[in-house]
Design a protein around this ligand. Structure first.
Ligand code: UDP
Ligand code: MG
Length: 314
């Protein structure tokens, strides 16, 4: 199988028929073996019966129905799990992404990239609630994660499957898939894509996404820099606090013996105890984090490195 297209769906009955129609004509013209995996994320409308209907008509269309609404990330993971293509494309179900852009992205991938990301340069979404915050968010995410993309939020992206199959995604981490792929050393390119207004159905996200993205960014950054060596963060911070605590204790003693200000009259004494305690705590936290990380890698049987290719094995 050359290409798998994974589409998460939550209450999109008004969009599916047109989406499948557009996809079908693009796939017919591609001349590659392909499948469309549509994941119904617990829709309460007719979405799944539409998927079933299409699947009966065209064997390339396949449906997965989740037992309840788990969220876009889980839906994407479920689709990924079932996919067999050497290339994987993601796309929204709300017709905002244009299937006609697919060939462009795939062609770029063939040029030797592992990930080609869509960039909605002319986005058709409300300015204050979507376009502006996402512009800032993209800027910050690109700086902090050092992944130079303009549009993390654009679902339309294609990957070589080897770079995303090993990923385990939690929460709303689908926005950081390119970041994780880049941790694995993926070569990335970006292509401008068409973006359309949402005509049917509602957006599933509001302002709360800003907080979630910010917190996720902290996790992602930590995972990037310190996942394999958390003791460096906790131990480092702990050591600094310990040293500051010891210095303050020395000052306190100096005052006691040479200046005549007693410990009970000296607020620095309490501060130094505080620093020393927190310092110890942090160091032990670091050791626990180290143990957890080892368990994590062992349990998942996942090495802390990623092999791009092998030769000579069968
Ligand atoms: N989606 C989903 N589960 C959810 C929320 C969204 O499968 O809990 C799907 C939704 O049907 C759409 C895609 O994820 O295909 C993106 O959602 P939406 O268009 O609401 O996001 P926006 O474009 O407003 O950022
Ligand atoms: Mg949308």
């Amino acid at each position: 199988m050359d290409l798998s297209i994974v589409i998460p769906v939550f209450n999109e009955e008004g969009n599916l028929s047109q989406l499948f129609g557009e996809l079908k004509s693009v796939l017919d013209s591609l001349g590659q073996t392909s499948e469309v995996i549509v994941v119904d994320d617990g829709s309460r409308d007719r979405s799944f019966s539409l998927i079933q209907e299409w699947s009966r008509k065209d064997s390339r269309f396949k449906g997965v129905r989740l037992s309840k609404n788990y969220g876009q990330t889980a839906a994407i993971s479920a689709g990924l799990e079932k996919s067999e293509g050497k290339m994987i494309a993601f796309m929204d179900a709300d017709l905002q992404n244009d299937p006609k852009d697919l060939p462009k992205l795939l062609q770029k991938l063939q040029e030797g990239y592992d990930l080609v990301s869509g960039w909605r340069k002319h986005r058709k979404d409300p300015f204050f609630s979507k376009v502006l915050p996402s512009h800032w968010a993209n800027w910050i995410i690109a700086r902090i994660t050092r992944v130079p993309l303009h549009d993390f939020g654009c679902t339309l992206k294609v990957y070589r499957s080897g770079f995303i199959k090993p990923l385990r995604l939690y929460g709303e981490m689908h926005r950081f898939v390119p970041t994780f792929a880049s941790f694995l050393g993926a070569r990335m390119a970006e292509v401008e894509v068409n973006h359309r207004k949402r005509v049917s159905g509602n957006s599933k996200y509001g302002f709360s996404r800003i907080f979630k993205v910010s917190l996720d960014l902290v996790t992602v950054k930590f995972m990037e820099d310190y996942m394999a060596k958390p003791i460096y963060v906790f131990g480092g911070a702990g050591a600094i606090m310990g040293i500051v605590g010891a210095l303050l204790a020395t000052v306190t003693l100096y005052y006691k013996f040479y200046v005549g200000i007693y410990v009970k009259d000296q607020p620095l004494f309490l501060v130094s105890i505080f620093f020393a305690l927190i310092g110890f705590q942090l160091i032990f936290l670091g050791i626990i984090a180290e143990i957890l990380i080892r368990v994590y890698y062992e349990l998942k049987d996942r090495p802390s490195y990623f092999v791009r290719e092998t030769v000579g094995f069968n």
